[in-house]
Design a protein around this ligand. Structure first.
Ligand SMILES: [Zn+2]
Length: 182
């Protein structure tokens, strides 16, 4: 199953996507402060010797636990998240590609001291990247189709999971700042 549980800290910041097993363990240890969303999944354990019944536990889609509250940080850029941010679309020609036909383009090239950060990186197909080469879009006569942005923490968690549940989406959306298409 690809569905994952959104784990928050006590301040409500997303901390991790965890699987059912891990969420069930956290719940059964009494480490969950509060939960959100409708519990749909029931994890069945072994048959209990005393009662002959199967143990079960409902896992809510969002759980909050104790833990350090982090200063808001910009998640580190990776190709996977960059391509997800740009919806697998080359921001020069506007066509969609599969991951292996895409690349990370530095708008201001590295050789011109362009930074390897979210605001200076866009998804580009290999053809466009090759054509742009070691030039700025202006020098290459190419136009960007969207303004690149650094995702917020909530946007990062949305982008890093392909199977976000409705309750989780509703929660994460509260921390969206940029235009993200689901
Ligand atoms: Zn392209």
């Amino acid at each position: 199953m690809n569905t994952q549980i959104l784990k928050l800290n006590k301040a409500g910041q997303p901390v991790a996507w965890v699987d059912y097993e891990s969420a069930a363990t956290t719940l059964s240890k009494g480490l969950v402060l509060w939960t959100m969303g409708t519990a749909e999944s029931v994890l069945r354990g072994g048959i209990q010797r005393a009662t002959g019944e199967r143990s079960s536990i409902s896992i809510p889609p969002i759980i909050a636990v104790q833990g350090r509250v982090k200063e808001k940080t910009v998640p580190r850029i990776s190709n996977r998240l960059l391509f997800a941010r740009d919806q697998m679309t080359c921001l020069y020609c506007g066509h969609q590609f599969i991951s292996r036909d895409l690349s990370r383009d530095h708008i201001i090239p590295r050789s011109h001291n362009g930074a390897d950060c979210w605001e200076n990186c866009v998804t580009a197909c290999k053809r466009c990247n090759h054509h742009k080469a070691d030039r700025t879009p202006e020098q290459a006569g190419m136009e960007l189709l969207a303004v690149p942005f650094a995702p917020t923490l909530n946007e990062y968690f949305f982008l890093s999971n392909k199977n976000v549940l409705a309750d989780q989406m509703e929660y994460l959306k509260g921390g969206f700042k940029n235009v993200l298409r689901a």
